[in-house]
Ligand binder design. Structure first.
Ligand SMILES: NC(=O)c1ccc[n+]([C@@H]2O[C@H](COP(=O)([O-])OP(=O)(O)OC[C@H]3O[C@@H](n4cnc5c(N)ncnc54)[C@H](O)[C@@H]3O)[C@@H](O)[C@H]2O)c1
Length: 327
């Protein structure tokens, strides 16, 4: 008979996805501890009931202290930014690969009976077939994808060698309220922020041929909870909407909620970003997951939350394989 978890550790619980997960776990009545160094997250929205430990996943003492008394770990902390990984691959490798290793080590030494690792769809690289299922070849083309894949491999190894029950989540393009606009790269928030300020929507690549699978953060949280409870140890699961949206469709949708004319510019020289990306979510739906937030409803909600002139996105999403990112 399965025992109910007593205390959950959420690494990266001050970040975008982490703080939504934290709220869901607290609402479900769990005790939750957060480990976060606030490098991109914020303590501002931390619920009082959360046990917040400011610390670094690269520091084994911080990790051991955070792990103490926890029997389930949701590991989200690390670098979530592909462009930053191109600019600073060491930072990315340390945060995502070494950081995950530190978490696994501490989980093994503690009482953890479930380890949920939040990887990324970036482990697939440029997709070769559609929709992308979990059997698709793993061929990341930016350091971020490689460092997330290293984390996956170590989760698997710690299951096979030491019996640590880990399960791997591969979210696609996550959007929703509470993103850090300076770091967020997913097009939904960026396009809205430009458009609501009357600025040009900058499409990196071809607006019609570039597609993505946008999944609302509430659905990602649902997917993570399903995986914690029912995911098969050692297995990886896509978390997406299963819907494919082109950049032009997204820009049109954004424009349909305002009275403003959509001004769109394609940055054509960056064609490497022009690829299709859509998840097969059947492996996760077999466990009981089903996405509930349509892109239309999610965008409408964000328009209301952002107001008339939200902070503009900063940071480049422009890079060519083999080169450092451009401004
Ligand atoms: N946002 C997406 O579209 C998306 C898609 C796929 C996967 N993911 C993954 O989901 C996870 C969360 O992403 P997010 O979008 O919420 O990013 P985020 O940057 O908002 O959250 C990451 C959190 O980790 C913390 N952190 C970073 N380095 C740390 C360290 N060394 N020690 C302790 N804390 C540290 C940050 O302060 C931040 O609060 C990441 O692992 C990311 O790779 C995100």
């Amino acid at each position: 008979m399965s025992r109910l978890p007593r205390k959950a550790l959420v690494t990266g619980g001050a970040g975008f996805i982490g703080h939504h997960l934290l709220r869901a776990l607290l609402e479900a009545g769990l005790d939750v501890r957060v480990l976060d160094n606030l490098s991109s997250g914020s303590e501002a929205s931390m619920p009082e009931r959360a046990d917040f430990l400011r610390g670094d996943i690269l520091n084994p003492q911080d990790v051991a202290a955070a792990m103490s008394g926890c029997d389930i770990v949701y590991h989200l902390a690390g670098n979530a930014n592909g462009t930053l990984s191109v600019e600073n691959p060491r930072l990315d490798f340390e945060a995502n690969a070494v950081g995950t290793f530190n978490l696994l080590e501490a989980a093994l030494a503690g009482e953890v009976r479930r380890f949920v690792y939040v990887s990324s769809a970036s482990v697939y690289g440029i997709p070769r077939r559609f929709p992308i299922d979990e059997e698709h070849p793993l061929s990341p083309f930016v350091p971020y994808g490689a460092s997330k894949l290293v984390g996956e491999r170590y989760c698997r190894t710690y299951l096979d060698t030491y019996g640590l029950s880990s399960v791997i989540a591969r979210p696609f393009c996550v959007y929703g309220p509470g993103e850090n606009p300076e770091l967020a790269l997913v097009e939904v928030g960026r396009y809205l922020r430009w458009h609501l300020n009357g600025a040009t929507i900058q499409v990196v690549g071809d607006a019609d041929r570039k597609t993505r699978d946008f999944v609302h953060v509430d659905d990602v949280v649902r997917g993570l909870l399903v995986l914690a409870e029912r995911g098969e140890a050692g297995e990886a699961y896509n978390i997406g909407s299963g819907e494919e949206t082109s950049m032009r469709q997204l820009a049109d949708l954004v424009g349909s909620f305002t009275n403003l004319v959509v001004d769109l510019a394609e940055i054509q020289e960056v064609m490497e970003d022009t690829y299709r990306l859509v998840a097969s979510i059947s492996k996760l739906t077999h466990l009981g997951y089903s996405p509930t937030m349509s892109l239309e409803r999610g965008v409408r909600q964000l328009v209301e939350e952002m107001g008339e002139s939200p902070a503009l996105p900063t940071g480049s999403t422009i890079f060519h394989p083999g080169q450092a990112a451009e401004e």
